[in-house]
Design a protein. Structure first.
Length: 382
């Protein structure tokens, strides 16, 4: 069947903008992945819906079929009513976000004594239930449960192990699950929706043409880091400075590469793949955007999944590493997330090519392994 569509009105509307070439691609996501994601928002039962050996923790954070997940005990016992009101109480069960000693003990024992749920949502509310101690009635609800402090320590997340006891308590009470998920998004296929009722804000109908015009005017150059992305135009966004997507005045708009964009305040929802960050850092290096490599530069430009390791390296006074380096091996080019080239030490987020680097004399660590065995890692770097 042939469809005839009249686009004359569209052409008339964009004519004042001049000749604008917009690059776009159409992608799809399988029904299986959508189904897994929707179930994880509500929670799946460990040992029934998901087996413990299906959860990969090799990078520190917990991974189920490409989704970042958390583990927790929904049965809050006889204090259920108090915990629904305030999940930050000491008696409430905690949320496990990493391979801490509790999860390690479960793996080593091959079993778990309580019902654990596997969940992936970022609004900080978790389904709970319990039987009230006075009425003996079962109650269900959602509670703002606290994150496990052992998990934060294991990941060296935002310098948590270095905080005083009082500051640790304040940190846990103010902990943002969406910021945490965004920091480690490079390991995963996508960011989870906050809840099943999540909705994103709407752009104006003419947003595509406005965005294209600005990027063209700036020759596809990021206004923050200066990287030019004409050959990789999908990696350049236009950012609303005040967060209002309907305010398209020029002074409220800024062209940013996806890496700089996701690091803006209140942009925890923005997913950027590890491959895209590697590509941007390779271009930054080729275009001489890295004048010097100090820890300020590294924290501005490195993948956010490396934040904990970079903070540990800085506090230990290690020499700063470098970004944007690629190693050529036969017909293959291997980009490195972070390295100390003179010492031939590399940190990779995706470890698939680690064996190739190792066969060429490199010492290769994941960010998590570097943190877990930091003494060995720093001996290689020093």
């Amino acid at each position: 069947m042939k469809l005839n569509v009249d686009l004359s009105a569209l052409h008339l509307a964009i004519a004042p903008l001049g000749q604008i070439i917009t690059h776009f691609s159409i992608t799809s996501q399988s029904n299986e992945l959508k189904s897994i994601g929707s179930h994880l928002i509500k929670g799946l039962i460990l040992g029934k819906d998901i087996q413990l050996n299906e959860i990969d923790a090799s990078v520190g954070v917990l991974n189920y079929k490409g989704y970042q997940v958390m583990l927790y005990i929904p049965d809050q016992g006889s204090n259920i009513l108090n915990i629904i009101k305030n999940g930050k109480q000491k008696i409430a069960k905690k949320i496990h976000i990493a391979e801490c000693k509790t999860i390690i003990e479960m793996r080593e024992g091959g079993r778990f004594n309580d019902r654990y749920d596997v969940i992936s949502r970022t609004d900080g509310l978790f389904p709970v239930f319990g039987v009230d101690i006075n009425t003996k009635e079962e109650h269900k609800g959602e509670s703002d449960l606290s994150v496990c402090q052992n998990c934060l320590t294991q990941l060296h997340y935002l310098k948590f192990p270095e905080l005083s006891w009082d500051k640790k308590l304040r940190f846990v009470n103010a902990f943002s699950y969406i910021q945490f998920f965004e920091n480690f998004s490079s390991y995963f296929k996508s960011l989870p929706k906050a809840t099943a009722r999540f909705h994103s804000g709407d752009y104006t109908p003419d947003w595509t043409s406005i965005s294209s015009k600005i990027r063209n005017e700036l020759n596809y150059t990021c206004e923050q880091c200066g990287v030019e992305l004409k050959e990789d135009s999908k990696l350049l966004h236009v950012h609303h400075i005040n967060g209002n997507k309907t305010n398209n005045t020029r002074e409220n708009l800024r062209a940013l590469c996806v890496d700089c964009h996701k690091k803006q305040p209140h942009h925890d929802h923005l997913y950027v793949s590890n491959e895209d960050v590697l590509r941007i850092n390779t271009l930054r290096r080729e275009q001489h955007k890295f004048d010097v490599f100090d820890y300020n530069t590294l924290q501005e430009c490195a993948d956010t999944a490396l934040d904990g390791l970079l903070q540990k390296c800085q506090s230990s006074k290690l020499a700063s590493g470098e970004l944007g380096i690629m190693i050529k091996e036969k017909n293959q080019v291997i980009p490195i997330d972070l390295c100390w080239p003179r010492r031939k030490v590399a940190v990779l987020i995706n470890m698939d090519n680690a064996h190739i680097l190792e066969s060429n004399g490199w010492s290769v660590f994941s960010a998590f392994n570097a943190l877990r065995d930091f003494e060995s890692f720093q001996n290689k770097v020093r």
